[in-house]
Design a protein around this ligand. Structure first.
Ligand code: SAJ
Length: 407
């Protein structure tokens, strides 16, 4: 039996896909509200394909509880926040989940950490717990299988992505690879724990650096009077060039966080990674500056005629963590301008900011200018709704016309 600990964005889809592939699974979360919803057929977040997977897993008998179970394998997928001051990981959730597992697990159990951790975290914080357990005569096998799925395509990627399994003992690594192989069609590479930790953080850091390069190019092209998207499109025709898209900043709880683990632990060796983080963090203010320039050029003086479209950190997800729009609203607050603009996001149903409205019609009513922060399908498919408005299109969605400005 597999006991998945932590039923958030990673743990829940992982538990469901395992159950729907014939593995006996119990999902555990300390949050009674989450468990209550899952037990009464209500999903806790939206994600393409999750509903169907949930129904399959329920028919296959998955159960949800606040208790830790007696299991052969534990999969720990709890949050690993970072401390913004020290730039270091806060391992407290992984530590306390592992402690609870060790209180309950049978001898010989495998404990798989899926949460993203900075390289060395498992040796520093988790291994001593296991050694404490083993000092009493038992045996527990530690494994790190970092999650890799992208919000918006989680269910697809759970099946199709390649996986990394880091283990002390390659036989145990192969055993875990076999369990993941029940639902994963990608390659499953078995390595050691520290290499698995590092490669996960490197993957997200690579993406952050690539996006920072695109954002820097956006600033260069604006000064040179060029369309950055056209420049990147052409450069990417080279067989060895693959530049990502500039945008209003990098949000979410992964790409904007993981590079800091490396900066926090290796400050002297991370000039490029740090500069990339700073570049991406500068984008919400850059968008604000571009918006003020456009307002000046178009003689828009009343901020209530300007609306911000999109609150989530990217398109077609409901997650607002570290979102560029929230960062931009924060910097507006420092200029005493927050609350002056209308804000709308079709994916965010509850009120999270001042000035938020809940329908596209209400949002567009009376606006002269829209700052398009997120390219949700609603606006990609319905971009004609913005006809006649001045738009700062930070996501390169709209066709070129008078009044449409790009980054
Ligand atoms: N973004 C850009 N330009 C781009 C691509 C993204 O500005 O060309 C922005 C997005 O709008 C968003 C942010 O970057 O604000 C991050 O979005 P994302 O779609 O690049 O990635 P995440 O954070 O949703 O998921 C990432 C993925 N990592 C990689 O692709 C290397 C995912 O596979 C990981 O599992 C996930 O982090 C994680 O949990 O670590």
């Amino acid at each position: 039996m597999v006991n998945v600990i932590g039923l958030g964005y990673i743990g829940l889809p992982t538990a469901l896909i395992m159950a729907s592939h014939g593995i006996d699974v119990v999902g555990t979360d300390y949050n009674e509200n989450v468990v209550g919803k899952l037990e009464s057929d209500t999903l806790t977040f939206e994600e393409d394909g999750l509903d169907q997977l949930y129904r399959e897993a329920r028919s296959a008998g998955i159960a949800f509880t606040t208790e830790y179970e007696q299991a052969d394998v534990y999969i720990v997928s709890v949050p690993t926040p970072y401390d913004p001051a020290s730039k270091k990981i806060d391992p407290s959730y992984v530590v306390s989940a592992t402690e609870s597992v060790l209180e309950r697990c049978p001898d010989g159990a495998i404990v798989v950490i899926e949460s993203t951790v900075s390289p060395g975290t498992i040796d520093q914080f988790i291994r001593p717990l296991v050694e404490g357990y083993e000092a009493e005569g038992g045996k527990v096998h530690l494994v790190h299988a970092p999650e890799r799925i992208i919000p918006g395509k989680m269910v697809y990627e759970l099946t199709h992505n390649n996986r990394t399994i880091g283990a002390d003992d390659s036989e145990i690594g192969e055993r875990v690879a076999q369990i993941y192989g029940a639902f994963c069609k990608g390659d499953i590479v078995v390595t050691d724990i520290k290499t698995a930790e590092m490669s996960k953080v490197v993957e997200n850091t690579f993406r952050d650096v690539n996006i920072a390069f695109a954002n820097e190019l956006a600033k260069i092209c604006a000064l040179a009077g060029l369309d950055v998207h056209e420049v990147i499109r052409i450069a990417n025709k080279h067989p060895r060039v693959s530049i990502l898209n500039p945008g209003p900043g990098v949000g979410g709880h992964c790409i904007s966080v993981d590079p800091w683990f490396l900066v926090g632990d290796y400050p002297e060796a991370t000039t490029l990674i740090r500069a990339a983080r700073d570049e991406n963090d500068s984008m919400p203010s850059y968008v604000l500056k571009r918006a003020s320039e456009i307002m000046g050029e178009r003689s828009i003086c009343d901020p209530s005629k300007v609306g911000i479209y999109g609150l989530t950190y990217k398109e077609d997800v409901d997650d607002i963590r570290e979102s560029p729009t929230l960062q931009m609203l924060d910097s507006m607050k420092q200029h005493l301008a927050s609350g002056a603009c209308k804000v709308y996001d079709p994916w965010v149903k509850e009120d999270v900011v001042v000035g938020q409205v809940h329908s596209l019609d209400e949002f567009l009513e009376g606006l002269e200018m829209v700052i398009l922060m997120v390219g949700h399908s609603e606006i990609r498919d319905g971009h004609h709704r913005l006809d006649g408005k001045i738009v700062l299109d930070t996501r390169d969605i709209l066709p070129a016309r008078d009044g449409v400005y790009k980054l």
